[in-house]
Design a protein around this ligand. Structure first.
Ligand code: T4K
Length: 378
């Protein structure tokens, strides 16, 4: 057991950076063309590379995931209530509220923390227009069950797949499910373009809609078709994404190795719960390493364990706490019931450091510290 504090801080994640020569070679092209944003050639190459990676044609790149989600909801012309999860990053609900949609929070499932399709169905009212589900931590939602609820009730199904780039189900990328999925390419994600976002959608007629919405509503020099914002990805972001994409298999493999060690070391620690491995037909991206510090079973609270880790220079995060209905903008939002599972998980959750550059011995050392904190003697 090595329970000495780390010499340098270990954060929950670390952005992957491609070899600097590869990036600077690409910068040269941008300098030569002097084309920096507004749908440049690097962006188009990035979009094509993503279409191959995701095996999906209908894609629209944006400056970040939040604006991608806002544009998704706007482009679908939704009005009324949107049933969503309370256990997510605040951007999910913000994107709905920003569009004057009313989020209605339904409970999650205890294994993978994704929206519970039965809770969704129970929350449907005549005001409901859509389901906004999140593949939280890269755990795929119950895709068939949600699609079935959406179809039977005539609702749009939108996936916030911010965490799920690189995840597959039966060999299909997460771009291929629902009416629209959005991805985040933020620096804290396994795959990133510094900041960035992507819309993937089933109906090719939405191509023009989303392109206009992210570019002021402009159709041509002579025509503004409607309202729009500025959510364009620039050439430098696209270059970063384009340079990182070929490394995705390595990035995921390195994360999988860390996840394997966590699972081996933490499987039978009293007071600690690991979500089960994903089903065999799912390919994980190991975007996050969630654990629960089980109240009543662990000798210390989750918050005390997080503080204890910090004292050892390990910066685990309490993603996602506080629960959205407990955040100021959503205190008056409608909840479908008391959300017992989401409330319990938000109290117990801790996401441990995981990234491409976390050496095996560092993962073992984090486990040593965590096991020590949970031993009752710390
Ligand atoms: N939907 C969901 C479900 C999401 O989780 C998110 C974003 C979105 C939508 C919206 O997508 P974007 O609009 O962001 O594309 C982070 C991210 O900013 C955010 O993208 C992410 N989810 C959320 C879960 O986490 P913070 O405030 O926790 O990040 P921060 O700055 O504390 O970074 C975490 C750690 O990462 C740091 O302690 C150190 C390390 N780090 C971070 C950055 C930015 C680095 O080493 N280098 C860096 O450049 O929100």
């Amino acid at each position: 057991m090595n329970i000495r504090p780390f010499e340098k801080p270990v954060y929950v994640t670390k952005p992957f950076l491609p070899p600097i020569e590869e990036f600077t070679a690409g910068l040269r092209g941008i300098w030569e063309s002097a084309w920096l944003t507004n749908g440049g050639p690097v962006l188009e190459r990035f979009r094509k590379a993503l279409a191959d990676y995701l095996d999906h044609r209908n894609l629209c790149l944006c400056v970040n995931g939040t604006l991608a989600l806002q544009i998704a909801l706007k482009g679908l012309r939704l009005e009324g209530e949107v049933i969503t999860t309370p256990f997510t990053f605040v951007a999910t609900a913000h994107a709905a509220a920003w569009n004057h949609l009313r989020p209605v929070f339904a409970d999650i499932e205890p294994e993978y923390y994704t929206l519970d399709p039965d809770a969704v169905e129970a929350a449907i009212t005549p005001e409901t227009c859509a389901i906004l589900a999140v593949h939280v931590f890269g755990h795929p939602c119950r895709l068939e069950a949600l699609a079935d609820v959406a179809r039977r009730h005539g609702l749009k199904l939108i996936y916030d797949a911010a965490h799920a780039f690189g995840v597959t189900v039966r060999g299909r990328s997460m771009a291929q499910f629902g009416d629209v999925s959005i991805f985040s390419f933020h620096a804290t994600k396994p795959f990133h373009s510094i900041e960035g976002g992507l819309l993937a959608f089933a109906d090719s007629r939405l191509n023009g809609t989303f392109d206009r919405l992210k570019n002021f509503g402009i159709v041509s020099e002579d025509e503004i078709a409607g309202l729009g914002t500025n959510a364009k990805m620039n050439e430098f972001q696209a270059l970063m994404g384009l340079n990182i994409l070929p490394y995705m298999p390595n990035i995921i493999a390195a994360r999988a190795q860390a996840a394997r060690i966590y699972r081996e070391r933490l499987a039978n620690v009293p007071g600690l719960r690991l979500p089960p491995p994903l089903p065999p037909d799912c390919g994980s991206n190991h975007a996050y390493q969630p654990v629960e510090i089980v109240a009543g079973a662990a000798p210390q609270s989750r918050d005390a364990v997080a503080e204890g880790l910090k004292k050892h220079n390990v910066y685990a995060r309490r993603y996602f706490h506080p629960l959205l209905p407990d955040c100021a903008p959503y205190r008056d939002a409608k909840c479908a019931g008391d959300l017992p599972v989401a409330r319990r998980v938000a109290r117990q959750i801790l996401t441990l450091p995981i990234h491409h550059d976390l050496a095996d011995d560092a993962v073992h050392r984090i486990c040593d510290i965590l096991i020590h904190l949970l031993s009752g003697t710390a």
